[in-house]
Ligand binder design. Structure first.
Ligand SMILES: [Zn+2]
Length: 143
């Protein structure tokens, strides 16, 4: 699915911590292997028990818009054709405390509201340096 990311946009360095999030093609969060806490974005240390072993927690990819902002000024020249666009913070049905950022692809910013139901869709980009396919979660409203 085509998202809002411009051609040549900087891609994340995939590592053992964020790998499942960017490479699974599903909305996959980091879960501490010791205390089961789910945290996002993925980090090297569990915020609760300081554990450093994690497993991947796949979610349904459904949630609600917790908050959002509408961007009117392109922060980079390559974004000049995409403004205005919304950046939404989604609270997931499966893990409400884990909130995931993204854009909404199927509605203009003026039609969005806090509490609106959304589902994750994925923009696929092949990293030209590694050849690895990365999946970036975006959102579609479902009501
Ligand atoms: Zn933990």
């Amino acid at each position: 699915m085509a998202g809002l990311m411009p051609e040549g946009w900087a891609l994340p360095a995939v590592d053992q911590f964020n790998g499942p999030f960017f490479t699974s093609g599903k909305l996959t969060l980091q879960q501490c292997a010791a205390c089961e806490t789910v945290q996002h974005p993925p980090e090297e240390v569990c915020h609760v028990c300081l554990g450093m072993e994690f497993k991947a927690r796949e979610t349904s990819g459904f949630g609600v818009i917790y908050s959002f902002v509408v961007v009117h000024h392109p922060v980079a020249p390559s974004l000049k054709d995409t403004v205005p666009y919304a950046v939404v913070l989604v609270s997931l049905d499966d893990e409400p405390s884990a909130r995931v950022l993204g854009n909404v692809l199927n509605r203009p910013p003026g039609e969005l509201a806090i509490g609106q139901r959304v589902r994750a869709v994925f923009e696929q980009i092949v990293d030209p340096e590694t050849g690895e396919t990365l999946y970036f979660p975006e959102w579609e409203t479902i009501d």
